[in-house]
Design a protein around this ligand. Structure first.
Ligand SMILES: Cc1ncc(COP(=O)(O)O)c(C=O)c1O
Length: 451
């Protein structure tokens, strides 16, 4: 019978590791003090302090799976920019494209000569015929919501409890005590988001059908597997029911593949035969440089065409000047051709399976009430005995203090996993030796926590 880990053991580890962190990172500490003079919260992006370390680590160099910090400490990176660097840091084909294409223009407001080719690559790989480019996945999701509202004439959207789709205001609605409410953490949002957004638990078919029944929802925006609150897998047949319920009620179905494209060269959608009306792909699609895309079915594209014929001319609220640029298209061509292939994905998935098995064995041998899940090249362990079936359950099961202690322990021993939960990605530069080092690191960490 697995024994829960004592809170005192977790607190003691965190305390030990925080002191160790301070000791091994004097240069990062000095840089954090300097940076605090001119950056809000001392960092270029305010959530960078949310890693929870005594001060932020400052990076000096990142290549492939190797990262070096300001103090010269070396790390194996399994966080990989939380997917932005899914194909490794500065992957050689992307660097080569940047060097070659960068010399002949970044951004022009005119489609580049490779536009047709990249559009075809997107259509071939991801199965939807019509595409647009944005700078980030957040932008792509926001644009998709606008298009869906415009062509359906419906204002509401539906998301899943504890989803994350980037900086997309309307998606920050959670269920608390049975009632939807806007996430209190959201900064500076004056609207009552519950007026625009319906929220139900993932895997709850009855709640989904009831929410869609009035036929007033423009679209459902869904990750095919929830990946931002630990990892929540769909029940057998859930996606079929989701598709049936959306079709029945004239609701568009948008699948956000930003993380789940770790499933294979056509994302989770192709790997599992989903039939969405729209798809969003971001983060690694241009090798970790700012770019994302969204695609629509022919039927949606046709509705957009007839909508545009009648629309009032002027600013649409969709699209930014740095989107669809020459350099983005060049990088996307390289990334899709190089990495979105069966041959490129097969070794990533095989190594992720090895990591999954290695962690599962450690968890079983040490008898801790944890579990491990995997979606393609993405692996997650949760410090809870059972798999959550939905976001609400997952949010309750996530053991933040344990996660934080483990992250510190690994970080101080040269291994980085994603903060906020325990996600690990395999990239082309990851080797069996790297995986073994991570598994051993988790093993040692559990040994300390249970000793
Ligand atoms: C599923 C999903 N969609 C969209 C985003 C937003 O991506 P970005 O921060 O690059 O805009 C994220 C970010 O983590 C995400 O996990």
């Amino acid at each position: 019978m697995p024994q829960p880990i004592r809170d005192t053991a977790i607190a003691a580890m965190l305390d030990r590791e925080a002191r160790h962190f301070i000791q091994r990172n004097p240069r990062s500490r000095a840089l954090s003090e300097e940076a605090a003079k001119n950056w809000l919260r001392g960092v270029p992006m305010h959530w960078m302090v949310d890693w929870g370390t005594p001060f932020p680590l400052f990076v000096a160099d990142a290549k492939g799976v190797d990262l070096t910090d300001a103090d010269g400490n070396a790390y194996i990176d399994f966080c990989l920019g939380d997917t932005g660097a899914m194909f490794g840091h500065s992957p050689p084909p992307v660097v080569e494209t940047l060097q070659r294409e960068g010399a002949s223009g970044f951004t022009t407001m005119i489609p580049s000569v490779v536009a047709a080719e990249v559009g075809k690559l997107l259509a071939d790989r991801f199965g939807l015929p019509f595409w647009q480019v944005t700078a980030t996945a957040s932008d792509a999701n926001r644009a998709v919501l606008r298009w869906c509202r415009a062509i359906t004439g419906r204002q509401k959207i539906l998301v899943f409890n504890h989803c994350y789709h980037g900086a997309v205001d309307e998606t920050y609605v959670t269920i608390d005590g049975g009632t939807p409410h806007a996430d209190p953490a959201l900064i500076g949002e004056p609207r009552d988001l519950t007026a625009l957004t319906k929220v139900v638990e993932f895997n709850d078919v009855a709640a989904l059908e009831a929410a869609l029944a009035p036929s007033d929802v423009a679209c459902v925006l869904a990750e095919p597997v929830m990946t931002n609150v630990g990892m929540v897998l769909p029940d057998e047949g859930y996606h079929t029911r989701l598709r049936q319920a959306t079709r029945r009620t004239g609701t568009l179905l948008i699948i956000d593949e930003t993380h789940c494209m770790s499933s294979g060269p056509g994302g989770y959608t192709r790997a599992h035969g989903l039939e969405p009306d729209g798809l969003v792909l971001g983060k690694p699609i241009a090798g970790g440089l700012p770019a994302a895309v969204y695609g629509f079915s022919s039927a949606v594209a046709e509705r957009i065409r007839s909508f545009l014929e009648k629309r009032t001319p002027g600013h649409s609220g969709i699209g930014t000047t740095l989107s669809g640029s020459k350099i983005q298209l060049a990088l996307m061509r390289t990334v899709i051709e190089t990495y979105f292939t069966d041959a490129a994905f097969a070794p990533l998935i095989a190594l992720a399976e090895e990591l999954e098995q290695g962690l599962a064995q450690v968890i079983a041998r040490r008898g801790v009430p944890w579990h491990v899940v995997r979606v393609g090249a993405r692996v997650e362990f949760m410090c809870s005995p059972r798999r959550p079936r939905n976001g609400g359950e997952a949010a309750q099961l996530i053991h933040r203090p344990a996660d934080r202690a483990i992250h510190h322990h690994l970080l101080n021993r040269g291994v980085i996993i994603t903060p906020f939960h325990n996600m690990m990605l395999i990239c082309p530069a990851t080797t069996e030796a790297h995986v073994a080092q991570l598994v051993e690191g988790v093993d040692r960490c559990i040994a300390e926590l249970t000793s």
